[in-house]
Design a protein around this ligand. Structure first.
Ligand code: DX5
Ligand code: ZN
Length: 227
């Protein structure tokens, strides 16, 4: 089962001094979901934004906020990110020895629960939690920074996840994050992806609103090839 195609602008790439205006502009361009990257300087080599900024974003928008936790011991912060306004929360397989328990914890808060795979981690490591996941996020760059180049091996993982979803009659959405732009988004959609995070390709373009609409159109054309 596939889900409606969504482009999720990654707020990591926005102009932080005008985040409210950027969000309003994206919303009027038809954005339904925003991606919020949390980095702790431990799990990844960079530090980004945390709870107070999420609270401010929550006040500024009615969009779905997708919190991507690139932090060690994510289980310690699940409830706090939910309280701060996240609608979905994803945790890394590599940071979560008790993956099953932490995904259940996320669901118990009422948020959608996602599990994330780094480029070096195979899909097979998720076999026993796929029935619990509301979505699976495939990293197509090594997490930590915006503006990196798409790693093509991610396409194979999206295909594998799409096949497993039909074989096992599961309903998780498939999300991709890192280096997504107008040159590769159609192929990623053809592979079976539903949600596309886009940072630089939206915020570094002349018109972010036009960029979001263009990415959405290309993703839809890629999905038609799949159908
Ligand atoms: C990377 C983050 C991404 C990042 C994507 O670690 O998880 O969400 O913002 O940015 P682009 O689209 O520029 O690769
Ligand atoms: Zn992310």
């Amino acid at each position: 089962m596939s889900h409606p195609i969504q482009i999720l602008p990654s707020l990591l790439s926005c102009d932080f001094s005008r985040m409210g205006e950027d969000i309003a502009m994206l919303e009027s361009a038809g954005t339904h979901m925003l991606h919020f990257d949390v980095m702790d300087g431990r799990f990844v080599p960079n530090i980004s934004m945390g709870l107070p900024i999420l609270e401010a974003v929550r006040k500024a928008t009615s969009c779905h906020i997708d919190a991507h936790l690139m932090i060690v011991e994510p289980e310690r912060y699940v409830e706090a990110f939910r309280d701060a306004g996240a609608d979905s929360i994803s945790i890394h397989q590599e940071a979560s020895p008790h993956l099953h328990r932490t995904l259940s914890l996320i669901k118990s808060t009422g948020a959608q629960a996602g599990v994330v795979l780094n480029p070096g981690t195979p899909v097979s490591t998720l076999e026993d939690v796929l029935d619990l996941a509301d979505f699976v996020l495939v990293m197509s760059v090594n997490p930590g920074f915006g503006g990196q180049k798409f790693i093509p091996g991610a396409l194979h993982k999206v295909r594998q996840l799409d096949q497993l979803r039909s074989q096992r009659n599961l309903t998780y959405a498939i999300e991709i994050d890192g280096g997504v732009d107008h040159t590769n988004i159609a192929d990623i959609a053809t592979a079976g992806c539903d949600w596309f995070v886009a940072g630089s390709s939206v915020f570094r373009s002349e018109s972010p609103a036009t960029a979001v609409r263009g990415l959405h159109a290309r993703a839809c054309s890629g999905r038609q090839i799949l159908a």
